[in-house]
Design a binder for this molecule. Structure first.
Ligand code: DX5
Ligand code: ZN
Length: 220
């Protein structure tokens, strides 16, 4: 099943609740929450307190993408603030195995992300333990960038691994996902599509979500 996870990075923060309710009613399956620290990536977004305020306002699954240097230290704060899944970067300076253990101990689903320049094979030792692998299709840090088609072999690699090992692994793509790129990522094997500007930038969010799903081959 293909799922859409709209990224609130492209929402209007002055009316965050309305924007989130809008995508919830519009058929979003998850809510993608981009946390940036101005250190791991050259941009600062928001932290756990914003998430905590949002938590009682929606029933959407909170798909938290930590673009921060020390995810091991901060995972607990995001768990308390209502995360359902925490995805951290392989390139961050926390030990990946310890970070997976911590997120599991907190009772959450766990994902690992890789930047465009990172070899997908670095994930090999961790794949059996993950709920999701995230292939960045732009350099992390900003919404509205151009989709990198050359990341698709990574998605194919992960899909083949999951098939061969009979493992339920969500494969998420993040960056430049829109109706125009949805077929490419779905054909490669991605099943969780993050879309920021393509959803929140559209006047009709339900239509935007449906357009992406249809382009990905889902019949509505
Ligand atoms: C980028 C973030 C993305 C971003 C995607 O660093 O991780 O989630 O919001 O935005 P679009 O869909 O506009 O490329
Ligand atoms: Zn993201």
């Amino acid at each position: 099943m293909i799922q859409i996870s709209p990224s609130i990075l492209s929402a209007d923060f002055s009316r965050l609740e309305q924007d989130v309710v809008d995508v919830e009613k519009g058929g979003a399956h998850m809510l993608h929450i981009d946390v940036m620290d101005g250190h791991f990536v050259p941009n600062i977004s928001f932290g756990a307190c914003v998430m905590q305020s949002l938590r009682p306002r929606t029933d959407l699954f909170f798909d938290v993408h930590l673009m921060i240097s020390d995810p091991l230290t901060y995972a607990k704060d995001f768990a308390k603030a209502g995360a359902d899944m925490i995805t951290f970067h392989y390139e961050a300076d926390s030990d990946p195995q310890e970070t997976i253990n911590e997120i599991r101990d907190l009772g959450l689903k766990v994902g690992m992300a890789i930047k465009p320049g990172t070899d997908v094979k670095v994930l090999d030792p961790f794949l059996p333990q993950l709920d999701m692998a995230l292939v960045m299709t732009v350099e992390p840090g900003f919404g509205g960038q151009k989709f990198m088609t050359d990341m698709m072999p990574k998605v194919e690699y992960l899909r083949n691994w999951a098939n061969e090992n009979h493992k339920a692994l969500w494969i998420q793509v993040d960056g430049g996902i829109a109706a125009s790129t949805a077929k490419t990522v779905a054909d490669a094997g991605a099943d969780v599509l993050v879309a920021g500007s393509a959803v929140f930038g559209a006047p009709d969010r339900q239509e935007a979500i449906e357009n992406i799903l249809q382009a990905a081959g889902v019949s509505l």
